[in-house]
Design a protein around this ligand. Sequence first.
Ligand code: GLN
Length: 197
Amino acid sequence: MQAGVIAVQGDVAEHAAAVRNAAAAHDEPVDVVEIREAGLVPDCNVLLVPGGESTTISRLLHREGIAAEIRDHVAADKPVLATCAGLIVCARDAKDDRVDPLGLVDISVDRNAFGRQKDSFEAGLSVNGLVDPFHAVFIRAPLIDDIGPDVETLATVDGRPVAVRDGPVLATAFHPELTDDPRIHDLAFFPKREVVA
Ligand code: GLN
């Protein structure tokens, strides 16, 4: 399997480690490629869009010609895991002129809205498809304030969706790459083969 980590900005190394862990749990050989330029995405089976700063990630994805390649990847029904800023970048609407979202997940988001309420927090989440709770780390997290009819909510906090799936894209408002638990990466890339942590 070739896994591409979008590496224009954000917590790239953490995602690279997490996808290696998830693949190892399935004895799946994985090559991790860091993506900073066009031409690499077409060879990837799965993609990761990390947390970081969504305005920067969005600008660089478009400038480097990577944005169109991510759209083609999703149109080909290949998996993507997008976390926090990655979720914002993949949304339909980010309500911020500095973000030109890819429209891959039919949600609207309010950047940093959870952050305004409670800057950073951690929560034990019940996640559809996982047997045991997932310890989720939220850092200036986006609030999903509108969700399309075909989007599946996988987890909520205070009744708000914080993990969603739209076709091949799994997006989280939290950072599964910052904990040792590979189960969200599993759900994104090996959905029929969950490892019980
Ligand atoms: N709030 C940040 C943004 O809008 C995302 C924060 C994060 O990825 N931890 O880009």
